[in-house]
Design a protein around this ligand. Structure first.
Ligand code: SF4
Length: 409
């Protein structure tokens, strides 16, 4: 059998592009139509903002676009020159570099943008960088910057933590109403949370199809198809899209269609994607007949705790019950569970230089998990956006050797 080298595109991709295109168009034309724009961190209170009628923009999505188009590496030094260290989040530095230079992937899509914020709303559940990032723009534009401070390294999700985060989320309503010039409609919030919950259920079902052997979808596909789960949760378009994608994946399973022809091995990807190298990595793994079947990253937009009957407390629980803000013990157990569930042969840890928050290889977790489960691991050093921190040659050689090791096991 000849070695497969190309990613097998899903037919649903066309619909996803339409859905995302519509979202971007609405975002960019919002100001002319008198709509206010709220910037939101990727795991921030999107449902609240959407229910209040804001156009909701996620700068981390722009960060990923800067990485995927490989524009980031040239833009990061501009932010460094303005005092942002090369060691901090390269989404932040590439996005601020993009702003300073006036260059964005949106321009290649013939769109003005990114949209200027009327208000910026963060949640520190993922990291502190998002707060510093939003505060930069708040100073630039003299716009209000509001936020939720979530504890980190949480072991048990104590009710007191949930209550505190719920109270902080509720306290955003007054200042947001001032910016929006309208009152929050509780019924609209419930409806938005319900749409977000349905999106989550479907997105999780999409990711879980890769439990099948062979897997009908890989991590590299997930990074493309996750777009609506990130930027359109709480919107009917995301629900409609994942219904179509899930149906296609179920049909693939029924017909025995594999995402990677001749799948021999299955791997779990822990850590950030390397946005500028996704295609090359997908091709290499396909050539090695190895499917990267699951990841922590793409599962980060699964919010099963959302409940329209109790919007604020359930949002607090959903956005605190995240892998990234949990304790080392919790993370270790979660990875063990995911490795077993997806029947992986090994775990690849991406040590992303500028995101320690998403690099879980640094305190001996891989060694502990290998000792307990017998599953080998590989650490790939790189970065989410800054390709100067990634040695492609070294990564290729190490991945090849890792798969050989799996074959010999
Ligand atoms: S979690 Fe990492 S990649 Fe995401 S914004 Fe924070 S530092 Fe950047």
């Amino acid at each position: 059998m000849p070695a497969p080298t190309e990613r097998k595109d899903l037919a649903a991709t066309k619909m996803m592009k339409e859905v995302m295109g519509r979202y971007y168009l609405e975002l960019m034309s919002g100001r002319q139509e008198g709509k206010k724009t709220a910037w939101c961190t990727s795991v921030g209170p999107a449902e609240l903002l959407r229910a209040m009628g804001f156009n909701v923009y996620f700068p981390e999505n722009h960060g990923a676009m800067l990485g995927a188009t490989r524009m980031a590496t040239d833009l990061i030094p501009l932010a460094n020159a303005r005092g942002f260290s090369p060691d901090i989040c390269s989404y932040l530095t590439s996005d601020i570099g993009s702003y300073l230079k006036g260059e964005s992937p949106f321009h290649k899509m013939k769109m003005a943008g990114p949209p200027r914020a009327d208000v910026l709303v963060y949640n520190t559940n993922q990291c502190r960088d998002v707060k510093d990032w939003f505060q930069f723009y708040a100073r630039e534009w003299n716009a209000p910057c509001l936020g939720i401070s979530t504890p980190r390294a949480i072991g048990e999700l104590e009710p007191s933590i949930i209550e505190d985060v719920a109270r902080q989320t509720e306290s955003l309503v007054g200042p947001l109403e001032e910016v929006a010039g309208a009152k929050l409609d509780p019924a609209r919030l419930k409806a938005t949370v319900e749409l977000s919950r349905r999106c989550t259920v479907l997105w999780k079902a999409v990711l879980d199809t890769a439990v099948s052997v062979p897997a009908p979808i890989t991590f590299f596909d997930d990074t493309i198809h996750m777009g609506p789960a990130v930027v359109l949760r709480g919107h009917a378009d995301a629900v409609a899209y994942y219904e179509v994608l899930l149906a296609e994946l179920k049909a693939r399973i029924a017909a025995g269609v594999a995402a990677v022809d001749g799948e021999r091995f299955r791997i779990y990807w822990e850590g950030m994607p390397i946005w500028g190298k996704l295609r090359d990595l997908a091709t290499q793994f396909a050539e090695l007949r190895t499917a990267v079947v699951a990841s922590t990253y793409c599962n980060s937009w699964v919010f099963e705790d959302l409940d329209p009957a109790d919007p604020f407390r359930s949002m607090a629980r959903a956005y605190t019950n995240l892998f990234i803000c949990r304790s080392e013990d919790y993370k270790e157990k979660h990875l063990e569970h995911m490795a077993a569930k997806f029947r992986v042969h090994g775990i690849l840890y991406h040590d992303s230089k500028t995101c320690p928050n998403n690099s879980n290889n640094r305190y001996q977790m891989p060694q502990r998990l290998q000792a307990r489960t017998g599953r080998p691991f590989l650490v790939v050093h790189g970065d989410l956006n800054d390709l100067r921190l990634y040695s492609e040659e070294q990564a290729r050689t190490n991945i090849e050797a890792f798969v050989e090791q799996l074959a010999g096991a």
